[in-house]
Ligand binder design. Structure first.
Ligand code: IPM
Ligand code: MG
Length: 366
């Protein structure tokens, strides 16, 4: 029997997770998936309970589980703690310890939300792009790192951006193969855009060379382009539909995926999958713990609910159940239900709802 470990975390985490769990339990029954759900601690709540942002017990259970569903971590309460013990370190540690190097972030525009975006509707209409972000390397994990005192008494912060050929190759493979899968489904030509800063950083010069060699050797059916990260930021706003799959390192992927999220109206809509080499994964919304609205029933649970759909698709190969959830989300948007983050106040026929009501509406469609 397969197990899903749920880690609600901090801030709005518990609220959005409660709705996502209801959805998961429902499809578990209707599609007879045979999944067992467990709960565990990560982030600030784990610090409060155990002193560690990622307790050993959570890691052991995450290793044993077939998939992990995560809410969000962090908040002002834990900002003053020593750096290595902060909630975010728990998240980085679980990604690294489980070997979840491939982070897939899909920015897909629900046509119902075209007006909720700050970008003109014609620019984003039909948008469906996938950012493949390397998640366990690069400047997030490179050594040496720290804050040191120089001889003149001044302090200096430093980090190291590193990528080895094998790290670049394994994320490149994911991107090229997903481009091939997407073209099979959409009929559009397979395209990968690799984002780097090869004009300045040697580490991304190697990135660019490696991705280029891979395309020439194994993926000649995929059209490959390269773009500098700064230009990619600009192009995402100017003409996002020029992209299909974007592949990039940890930090550029962090930045570009927030930007891509806003094209779709709200970061509250963006799910993600973080996969290891065997396809085992952790699934989480791209947004954070939003402490400013925590506990007020204002959060958008849809990114977490859509993360459940990704989990069913990628780890459990249950495409029908995944699509049922995505359809239910689309249906509630058709009905005009909107959490505050996706509410366009100028549009007629919309109803503002809270986190719980949104989750219940999705459930009612399943
Ligand atoms: C994300 C987040 C995390 C990251 C933080 C919370 C450590 O911004 O998942 O995009 O930078 O990876
Ligand atoms: Mg981020």
């Amino acid at each position: 029997m397969a197990t899903v470990l749920t880690l609600a975390g901090d801030g709005i985490g518990p609220e959005i997770m409660a709705q996502a769990i209801n959805v998961l339990k429902r499809v578990n029954e209707t599609f007879d998936l045979g999944l067992t759900l467990e709960e565990g601690l990560i982030g600030g709540v784990a610090i409060d309970a155990t002193g560690e942002p990622l307790p050993e017990e959570t890691l052991t259970r995450a290793r044993a589980a077939d998939a992990v569903l995560l809410g969000a971590v962090g908040g002002p309460k834990w900002d003053a703690i020593e750096r290595s013990k902060r909630p975010e370190r728990g998240l980085l540690k679980i990604r690294s310890a489980l070997g979840l190097f491939a982070n897939l972030r899909v920015a897909k525009l629900y046509p119902q939300l075209a007006n909720a975006s700050s970008i003109k509707p014609e620019i984003i209409k039909g948008l469906d792009l996938l950012i493949v972000r390397e998640l366990t390397g690069g400047i997030y994990f490179g050594e040496p790192r720290g804050i040191r005192t120089l001889e003149n008494g001044e302090q200096q912060g430093y980090n190291t951006m590193v990528y080895s050929t094998s790290e670049i190759e394994r994320i490149g493979k994911v991107a090229f193969e997903l481009a091939q899968t997407r073209t099979a489904a959409s009929g559009n030509p397979a395209r990968v855009c690799s984002v780097d800063k090869a004009n300045v950083l040697e580490v991304t010069e190697l990135w660019k060379q490696t991705i280029t060699k891979m395309q020439q050797a194994d993926y000649s059916d995929v059209a490959l382009s390269h773009m500098y990260a700064d230009n990619a930021c600009m192009q995402l706003i100017r003409d996002p539909k020029q992209f299909d799959v974007m592949v990039t390192g940890n930090m550029f992927g962090d930045i570009l995926s927030d930007e891509a999220a806003m094209l779709t109206g709200s970061i509250g809509m963006l799910p993600s999958a973080s996969l290891d080499e065997a396809g085992k994964g952790m699934y989480e919304p791209c947004h954070g713990s939003a402490p400013d609205i925590a506990g007020q029933d204002k959060a958008n649970p849809l990114a977490t609910i859509l993360s459940v759909a990704m989990m069913l698709r990628y780890t459990f190969k249950q495409e029908a159940a995944a699509q049922a959830i995505e359809q239910a989300v689309s249906d509630v948007l058709d009905d005009g239900l909107r959490t505050p983050d996706i509410l366009d106040k100028t549009e007629a026929g919309l109803t503002q709802v809270g986190c719980q009501q949104m989750g219940e509406a999705v459930l009612a469609k399943l």
